[in-house]
Write a protein that binds this ligand. Structure first.
Ligand code: B12
Ligand code: SF4
Length: 437
């Protein structure tokens, strides 16, 4: 059978500097290709525009669409158009947004899978499962095939290769969908299994990797993987998302450094203890500073991710930037707290009637969609935070101190943030208008 998987592009992608394809469709496509189907995988983030669709998609027996909240509308639009042009095509939906709101997705498709789909996808395609809403099944990650990137259109546009090494996170922050999607525990691939994949990718010519996980070092066998990398006769660079308490473990820090980590992307969220507590983020600001010092001692680059909420103001944002500079974060990123469907935060704000719109395009962390009185300020604070950190003054300071790596990141960040913010304002006029209504 002919099968297409599509990851639609979100209307605005703050991460487009790195072209990283989503892995959901690739995993499912690989399984179906191994069973003899003719499969193609499309990710609009890789400089693809599927508005015109293509012959392969339009003649597919099944089209699978992966959706987060921000690209859900685009996914529905593509699905409706495919159905109109070829009513015989069956449409499948999956991904975090479809899992949180399956009835909504089902209006545009024939099947919606809740959660992980590797163990049910073949039965849907073969007609053994006919239900509209299909519960997923958690697979043993060591038994999954390595993703076949040859299925991916425009694969040469990838700037870094994604690898999924675990699913889930042992924490339960109320703004995060990880626990609802993958369950309250982390499931991990073994260190040897991850290393086998890295070896294969290296042979295929890749040496720059992003571990597409919630919290990569939380994998108990991750150290074994790092040891394998250190002892290997080839070198790679890797990047991952992590929780700050990774710095508790001295041996882990040493292994991370020696295995050539490009950066750890750490959700620091806020330097206000009350905000952290309200997120159920089990983190203490003083402890965070201590951990950041440890990461600095090991010279591990840290990308700090902060969220702006309705309690923030210019001063708290400036304090956050000062905190980032003082603790030598290599780079930082601000988003606006976003109540994603399926999370505890969504439920709380929805019950309190504080969510002002359910136009999903704006659920991406760059639009303030809750707390009417503070929306304008949150939006201003987002720009302010980026401009304060990536300022000419801070860039030159790094240059004069001969912190060349920091200088390079700030210089790129200076131009990139201004270009992105301008592009955001240009493409978001209808949203900006709602702020003054
Ligand atoms: C790694 C990651 C990233 C990476 C890489 C993203 C990428 N291109 O792959 C980076 C750091 C770049 C990133 C960026 C962002 N991310 Co992110 N990310 C993740 C993370 C931690 C893992 C995703 C992953 O690769 N999982 C492994 C794959 C194999 O699993 P999967 O995609 O879920 O697929 C399985 C099922 O969902 C299902 N499935 C998926 N597609 C399909 C399709 C069909 C047809 C079927 C049947 C089934 C199916 O089957 C798959 C296999 O089991 C998730 C958290 C999470 N737990 O999902 C957040 C998460 C997806 N990200 C999130 C967000 C908000 C973002 C950003 C908007 C953040 C921002 N403010 O900029 C951007 C948007 C980027 C973009 N346009 O894609 C949210 C999404 C919430 C929502 N409802 O929208 C999540 C859930 C985290 C959270 N806060 O709760 N992210
Ligand atoms: S630590 Fe990170 S991945 Fe884990 S639940 Fe909290 S926000 Fe989600």
């Amino acid at each position: 059978m002919k099968i297409s998987f599509i990851t639609p592009k979100p209307p605005y992608n703050g991460f487009s500097y790195f072209k990283i394809p989503s892995l959901g469709g690739l995993y499912l496509g690989t399984i179906l290709k191994n069973e003899g189907h003719d499969v193609r995988v499309y990710d609009e983030k890789l400089k693809l525009d599927l508005s015109g669709l293509d012959d392969f998609i339009l003649s597919s027996d099944f089209v699978g669409i992966s959706i987060l909240s921000a690209n859900a509308n685009r996914g529905y639009e593509l699905a409706d158009r495919i159905r109109e042009l070829n009513p015989k095509t069956k449409i499948l939906f999956g991904g975090v947004h479809a899992t949180a709101l399956p009835e909504e997705a089902a209006e545009h498709g024939d099947h919606v899978v809740l959660g992980e789909a590797e163990l049910v996808i073949s039965d849907i395609i073969n007609g053994n499962i006919t239900d509209t809403i299909v519960p997923g099944i958690k697979p043993n990650l060591n038994e999954l095939p390595f993703v076949d990137f040859s299925l991916l259109e425009n694969k040469e546009k990838m700037t870094v290769l994604p690898i999924s090494t675990s699913r889930g996170c042992p924490y339960n922050c109320n703004f995060c969908y990880s626990t609802s999607l993958y369950g309250p525990k982390i499931r991990s691939r073994s260190g040897d299994n991850i290393f086998e994949e890295i070896k294969l990718r290296h042979e295929q010519g890749y040496d720059n990797f992003f571990f597409s996980d919630d919290n990569t070092p939380a994998n108990r066998d991750f150290k074994r993987f790092l040891e394998n990398i250190i002892n290997a006769d080839f070198k790679i660079k890797w990047h991952a998302e992590s929780e700050i308490s990774v710095a508790k473990d001295e041996e882990m820090l040493r292994l991370i450094k020696e295995s050539n980590c490009g950066n750890l992307q750490i959700g620091l969220e806020s330097i206000d203890q009350k905000s952290l507590d309200s997120y159920n983020k089990r983190q203490n600001v003083e402890e965070v500073e201590y951990y950041l010092r440890r990461l600095n001692e090991y010279k591990i680059p840290v990308h700090g991710m902060f969220m702006i909420n309705d309690k923030d103001n210019k001063k708290t944002i400036l304090d956050t930037v000062k905190f980032a500079l003082k603790n030598k974060l290599t780079s930082i990123h601000f988003t606006i707290l976003s109540p994603f469907p399926g999370t505890g935060l969504y439920e709380t704000l929805d019950n309190a009637k504080k969510i002002l719109t359910k136009y999903w395009n704006w659920f991406d962390g760059s639009h303030a969609v809750y707390a009417a009185d503070s929306r304008k300020e949150m939006q201003k604070n987002l720009e302010y935070g980026f401009k304060q950190f990536y300022s000419i003054k801070n860039t030159l300071k790094d240059l004069f101190k001969l912190d060349i790596e920091y200088f390079k990141v700030k210089l790129v960040g200076y131009f990139y943030s201004r270009i992105k913010l301008r592009e955001w304002r240009r493409t978001n006029k209808p949203f900006l208008k709602t702020l003054s209504d």
